[in-house]
Design a protein. Structure first.
Lengths: 433, 322
């Protein structure tokens, strides 16, 4: 167990409890022992590490609903070590890993593998999501119960939509027995087939095959009907269109157990990024129109969208230095999740506490994790954040093995100074490791 | 005889390293290329056709997708200007061995060509390749994006027949969705002041097609009404059966160009087609062969002249260095 740590002179901010005060936080045995204005150096047990926060924000570590590494099968794209370092450097202390590896995470032994590799990397907490269907093929249910018992926090076929309506119905129904969460990649595959970017004026001018916005809402609306039929729990991943936001808003109003997230790139970027055939802007779902982007921001602000996820998808140069249609989908995002999201705060679109709620306690609640809050007894997963410091996204500043960020060259305000996991310093900006 | 517009005096009107598309070209640049090409038309009609402008220069025709016509046209253009021309059909060599486009570009770059003429099945691929070579690159067609020399040769054909481009009404008919010829022509014709309509079934129109600055119609007769120029596009065989249009028969019925449908157009409307034609699919044989209306063989002739003009214009800075 790590030695006790006492953070003093911090601005404590906890979206879950509404705590917002100057004070300190003491962590003992990896958990928060005491926090608040009353915490002083006098509380520190012998051998305590003292950290002077110099007035910086101390917030709960971020919980990322969805990130992918390359292990096993594509270790050259991302290892647990590199991916987890990118995570903690970005303030992410817990992440839910995608199952679309090779082989996929569709067997309890693979869940164990993830747990072991995360223990070895010893940085962020990695929670495996497991496949809904064997080999992610969409035909036979994976062993959802055994996978959940082994530690899977949610079920998804990752990058592939569960296309077959009967299969989706069965997955939702069967999973409801364990109160397990089914996560859908909402895209009607036959409608999106062959598409490489958002359908619209830019695609038409560039001569690229489009993916219509309707491909998303058709799948979302179908799944909402199936959810009504089965009474399961559905999470809609990376919502990118105005129509899908509206459909989910209406479903929540009807009381359905549905949650959803979006990504920083869908909040900040549009299809215009593809101009010049930039393959780092090739992502699934595609970057959409400005009207869609605005609707997604509105959905985030009004609570329709519960969380922001990185959707971290590392791709090596050989997968991206290709003609646009041939290039792989995906962008990295773990290290930029917080900083990119914060730009909405600085643009006056959402309050700091409300934004952080969608990055911490809300995703933690969706996954059923004991994470994302500053509270006595909670794990001491913490981020010391300097909201006045800026940094520029460059190849060198990114710890991921892959460098496929759509934010290259951007300067973001808001810098992670130090990250703790279970009270242990896993990242320090002065000594990034 | 050397065409009179050949002289290099003052600031060049067309000062670009590559010709990757019509997008971004100004009307003056297009006019300049057409003027240059006009001169080469006369040269090509003489028995002695060879110039020495590109003597000692190497042109590589790099075709990732077969096209006998375009490749031959560029080959002739290069040879008539005195260049050494090498044809590479990449579809059958490197790609099969797993070489990437950028590898191919860097390999060819190391051979020090002066001009690369590239066709590729993917939109944007020629621009990607151009970033990795030092020589001039001509886009000979990239996916559904652009085919700039086709638009230039079409413009030259129109200008020679009609005496102008500005103010004309041009109807482009057929598979707009997959057509780089349509995109380049729309850009060029609009830059030169023509009014452009596209005519196709909705399944062959790109999304938000009006954003390209054209009027879209699905009724061929209405689309041809008052047209000065009718441009037909080739419907590729894999798109004829079922998924985008039900059958050749049905397509021809509604969108095949016949003398009957042509009556809606101006009496002196000219008919164009980038070739190769599918007679009985997008165009009726007798219309294609109507020497009073069809400019299809003129287009082929203008193709060589336009490509000579492009090769000439792109190598001028190089030649000025000596």
């Amino acid at each position: 167990m790590s030695r006790p740590v006492l953070v003093l002179n911090a601005r404590l901010l906890d979206p879950a409890s509404g705590l917002d005060c100057r004070g300190g936080l003491l962590a003992v045995g990896g958990r928060i022992a005491e926090l608040g204005p009353q915490v002083t150096g006098a509380l520190a047990p012998p051998g305590t590490e003292l950290v002077d926060a110099r007035g910086l924000y101390l917030i709960p570590g971020l919980v990322d609903l969805r990130a992918g590494f390359g292990e096993p099968g594509a270790e050259h794209k991302e290892r647990f070590e590199s991916g987890c370092l990118a995570a903690v450097a970005g303030g992410v202390t817990s992440l839910a890993l995608l199952p679309d590896t090779d082989p996929p995470i569709d067997d309890p032994a693979m869940v164990e593998f993830v747990a072991r590799r995360a223990r070895q990397a010893k940085l962020a907490k990695v929670h495996p999501q497991a496949a809904v269907t064997r080999r992610l093929e969409g035909r036979e249910l994976a062993e959802l119960g055994l996978l959940k018992a082994a530690g899977a926090v949610a079920f998804t076929d990752g990058f592939r939509a569960l296309a077959d309506a009967r299969m989706m119905r069965r997955a939702l129904a069967y999973a409801s027995m364990f109160d397990a969460l089914i996560v859908q990649h909402p895209e009607e595959p036959s409608l999106a087939q062959g598409g490489v970017m958002n359908e619209g004026p830019v695609a038409s001018r560039l001569g690229l095959a489009g993916i219509p916005a309707a491909a998303e809402v058709i799948m979302v609306e179908r799944d909402l009907r199936l959810l009504e039929l089965t009474g399961g729990r559905l999470h809609v991943a990376h919502v990118s269109t105005a129509a899908a936001v509206a459909a989910i808003r209406a479903a929540k109003a009807r009381g359905l157990r549905v949650t959803c997230d979006t990504t920083p790139h869908h909040l900040l970027l549009t299809e215009a990024e593809v101009e010049g055939y930039r393959t780092f802007a090739k992502v699934s779902p595609p970057l959409r129109s400005e009207a869609d982007r605005e609707a997604v921001i509105a959905g985030l602000v009004d609570g329709t969208i519960d969380a922001i996820a990185s959707d971290h998808c590392p791709q090596d140069q050989d997968s991206k230095r290709l003609p646009f249609a041939q290039a792989a989908f995906g962008v990295i995002g773990l290290q930029t999740l917080l900083a990119a999201s914060l730009s909405l705060v600085f643009a006056g679109r959402i309050g700091l506490v409300e934004l952080l709620r969608r990055l911490t306690v809300q995703p933690a609640t969706i996954l059923g994790l004991e994470a994302g809050r500053l509270a006595r007894g909670a794990p001491a997963d913490l981020v010391l954040l300097d909201l006045d410091a800026s940094w520029t996204v460059t190849e060198k500043s990114l710890f991921s093995l892959a460098k496929n960020t759509p934010f290259e060259g951007r300067t973001f305000r808001g810098k992670v100074v130090r990250t703790f996991v279970d009270g242990r310093t896993v990242y320090s900006a002065e000594d990034p490791g | 005889m050397i065409p009179s517009t050949m002289g290099f005096a003052g600031k060049p009107v067309f000062a670009r390293q590559h010709l990757l598309g019509i997008e971004g070209l100004e009307a003056a640049e297009i006019e300049h290329l057409l003027d240059l090409a006009d001169g080469f038309v006369e040269l090509n009609r003489q028995s002695e056709k060879k110039l020495q402008l590109l003597r000692g220069r190497t042109l590589i025709n790099l075709f990732f997708e077969p096209s006998t016509r375009t490749q031959t046209s560029f080959e002739l253009a290069g040879k008539r200007l005195g260049a050494d021309v090498v044809n590479m059909a990449v579809a059958r060599s490197s790609v099969v061995k797993g070489e990437t486009l950028i590898d191919t570009a860097m390999t060819l770059n190391a051979m020090h060509p002066d001009l690369l003429v590239v066709r590729h099945p993917d939109s944007g691929a020629v621009a990607l390749l151009a970033r990795h070579v030092r020589c001039a690159v001509v886009n000979a067609g990239d996916g559904a994006h652009e085919h700039p020399t086709q638009a230039l040769l079409d413009a030259l054909t129109i200008r020679r027949r009609k005496g102008r481009i500005a103010g004309l009404t041009v109807a482009i008919c057929g598979d707009i969705l997959h057509s780089r010829v349509a995109r380049s022509n729309i850009l060029l014709l609009r830059t030169m002041g023509a009014k452009v309509r596209v005519v196709a079934p909705p399944t062959l129109l790109p999304a938000a097609v009006e954003s390209l600055g054209v009027e879209a119609l699905t009724d061929m007769r209405r689309g041809l009404e008052g047209a000065d120029v009718v441009m037909m596009l080739r419907l590729q065989s894999e798109r004829m059966q079922g998924s985008l249009v039900p059958s050749i028969r049905e397509y021809f019925h509604f969108f095949g160009l016949t003398h009957d449908k042509l009556r809606a157009a101006e009496p002196d409307a000219m008919i164009m087609h980038p070739g190769p034609m599918n007679r009985g699919v997008e165009i009726d044989g007798p219309v294609a062969d109507d020497i009073n209306r069809s400019a299809i063989l003129d287009q082929v002739e203008m193709g060589v002249a336009v490509r000579m003009a492009v090769l000439d214009a792109l190598t001028r800075p190089l030649r000025a260095q000596g």
